[in-house]
Design a protein around this ligand. Structure first.
Ligand SMILES: [Cu+2]
Length: 450
C-alpha cells in the first residue's frame, strides 16, 4: 500500500475536515515524491482561517496541472517541454494547440519569493521558440527574446533558464512569438511572498483567459483570425470548466491572467470583491475599492479577493456577450446549435442529432411561445442550450441542479460557496481521484420547465 493511500485512509479515519481544506504551499519535493495532491500532513491546512499562519495557501489552477521540481545545485529545477497538445474544449469538441508538458495552458510553476529557479526547457515543436518570463525582473540574457537576449531554441533543442526571484505575485511565462502565443503557449508563474499577505485567504485559484478561432472542419486554431468562436478558462469552455469551490465563510483569491487578442471584463455574481494585485504584484490596500467586474486587459494579471459570505452557485464570467457562448461567430457552418430551425419540433430534432453525435445527454430546452416564429428577431437564445451534465461530471459539479450545464457557455465557471458538509462531499472523492457521480442519477430526459 502506498504511503499516499495510507495517508488518505488515516486522514479519512480522522474525519473529513483534514482532507477537505485548501493546502498550504510549502512542501519541498524530491525525486521520489513529485508534487501531488495530498502528499502528506504538511500539505493540508486545518479547517478554518488563520491555521496556516506562516505559509501561503497553494494556488489551485483548475484543469491545469502543477509543474513538479526538485532541488539541483541549490536551485528549484523544473523541466518544461513545448509541444503540440490535444485539448477538449467541451465534450465532442477537441482542439489541437501548442502548449507545454501535455497541457494548454502549460503547467503552473509555483515558487517562493527568494527562490533560485532553473527551468530546463526543451523544444519539441517543429519550429524555433523561446520562453519569456512575463513581469519577472530577470537578467536580460534570461528574458527569452529571440536574437536579442538569446538564440532561438531550435526544434529538438534545449535551453536552461536560471534566475533568482525577488518579486511576489501573479506572473506568467509565454513564447515570445505572436502566433505561438495565439496557439496557446502560456502558463502561470506564481511567486508566493516571504510572509503571506493579509488578510489571509483560505482558497487561492489561478485562471488563464484565452480565445480561439477554430474554423469549420478544422481543430487547429487560425492564429491570424480576428474573430474568435471559442473562449476559455484554463483551456476549457463552459460547461467543461471546473467550478471553483469555496467553504462558506472562507476568504477566496482568484488570479486572472490574459494573453490573447481581446480584453475580458470578468464579472462575479452576488459578491463584491477587491482587486488586490496586478501583473506588478500586490497593490497597496489604499488602492482597493469594492467592485464586481474587473477588466483583465491583454498581458495583464488581476488578483481579486472576497469573503465567501453567501451560500450559492455564483457565476464568474467574461461579460462580453459573444464570450458567453460556444462556437459563436458568423462562421455559421461551425455553429453547433444553429438558429435556422424556427419551430420547436425541428429545433428539438436538430439538438437531438447534435447530442447523439457527440454522445451527451439531451435535456429539452426552455419553453418557447406557440407563435414564437411570428416575432421578428426570433430566435435569439432559444435552442442554444445544450445541457450535458453527465458528460462534464467531476466532483466539483456534485449537487448542482439538473440541467445546470445548459446555462453556462464560453468564458464561464461557477464559484460555489458551499457549507461544510457539501465541501467534504466534493473534496473527498476529488482527493481520491474519482470521476463518476457518487450515485447514478435517475434517467435524465426531462422537461425542467414542466
Ligand atoms: Cu471576454
Amino acid at each position: 500500500m502506498s504511503s499516499r493511500r495510507s495517508f488518505m485512509q488515516s486522514a479519512l479515519s480522522l474525519g473529513a475536515g483534514l482532507v477537505a481544506s485548501a493546502k498550504a504551499f510549502a512542501g519541498p519535493q524530491n525525486e521520489h515524491h513529485p508534487m501531488q495532491m495530498g502528499e502528506g500532513p504538511h500539505a493540508h491546512a486545518q479547517k478554518g482561517r488563520g491555521s496556516h499562519a506562516t505559509q501561503s495557501v497553494q494556488v489551485d489552477t483548475p484543469d491545469v496541472p502543477q509543474l513538479p521540481w526538485r532541488i539541483v545545485d541549490g536551485a528549484k529545477e523544473f523541466h518544461l517541454v513545448a509541444e503540440p497538445v490535444k485539448r477538449r474544449l467541451i465534450p465532442g469538441r477537441d482542439m489541437v494547440v501548442w502548449g507545454y508538458n501535455g497541457s494548454c495552458p502549460g503547467p503552473t510553476i509555483q515558487v517562493n519569493q527568494g527562490d533560485r529557479v532553473r527551468i530546463v526547457f526543451e523544444n519539441r515543436l517543429p519550429e524555433s521558440t523561446t520562453i519569456h518570463w512575463h513581469g519577472l525582473e530577470v537578467p536580460v540574457e534570461m528574458d527569452g527574446l529571440p536574437y536579442i537576449s538569446q538564440k532561438p531554441v531550435p526544434p529538438g533543442g534545449k535551453f536552461a533558464y536560471e534566475f533568482a526571484l525577488h518579486q511576489a505575485g501573479t506572473f506568467f511565462y509565454h513564447s515570445h512569438g505572436a502566433m505561438q502565443e495565439m496557439m496557446g503557449m502560456i502558463g502561470l508563474f506564481i511567486i508566493h511572498p516571504e510572509k503571506p499577505w493579509t488578510p489571509r485567504v483560505d482558497h487561492d485559484f489561478g485562471i488563464v483567459l484565452q480565445e480561439w478561432a477554430i474554423l469549420p472542419n478544422s481543430n487547429v486554431p487560425n492564429t491570424a483570425n480576428m474573430e474568435f468562436n471559442w473562449l476559455t478558462f484554463n483551456g476549457k469552455a463552459a460547461p467543461d470548466t471546473t467550478p471553483i469551490v469555496a467553504r462558506h465563510g472562507s476568504r477566496v483569491r482568484i488570479r486572472l491572467v490574459n494573453l490573447g487578442m481581446d480584453h475580458h471584463p470578468i464579472h462575479l455574481h452576488g459578491n463584491t470583491f477587491f482587486v488586490t494585485g496586478t501583473e506588478g504584484g500586490r497593490q497597496p490596500e489604499a488602492r482597493w475599492g469594492p467592485e464586481n467586474t474587473v477588466l483583465v486587459g491583454v498581458a495583464q494579471a488581476r488578483d481579486i479577493e472576497f469573503d465567501a459570505k453567501y451560500l450559492g452557485d455564483w457565476m464568474l464570467h467574461c461579460h462580453l456577450p459573444h464570450h458567453m457562448m460556444n462556437s459563436m461567430s458568423d462562421l455559421i457552418g461551425d455553429r453547433m446549435i444553429t438558429t435556422m430551425q424556427l419551430n420547436d419540433k425541428d429545433a428539438l430534432m436538430q439538438m437531438q442529432t447534435f447530442a447523439d453525435n457527440i454522445g451527451v445527454e439531451h435535456i429539452h430546452h426552455a419553453p418557447i411561445a406557440p407563435d414564437a416564429d411570428k416575432v421578428p428577431g426570433f430566435p435569439q437564445d432559444a435552442f442554444m442550450e445544450m445541457g450535458m451534465d453527465k458528460a462534464v461530471y467531476r466532483p466539483e459539479n456534485y449537487g448542482l441542479p439538473p440541467n445546470w450545464s445548459a446555462s453556462v457557455m464560453g468564458m464561464m465557471a461557477l464559484v460555489r460557496v458551499v457549507p461544510d458538509d457539501l465541501y467534504e462531499k466534493i473534496m473527498t472523492p476529488k482527493a481520491r481521484g474519482e470521476s463518476q457521480p457518487p450515485q447514478q442519477p435517475e434517467n435524465i430526459h426531462e422537461h425542467p420547465q414542466g
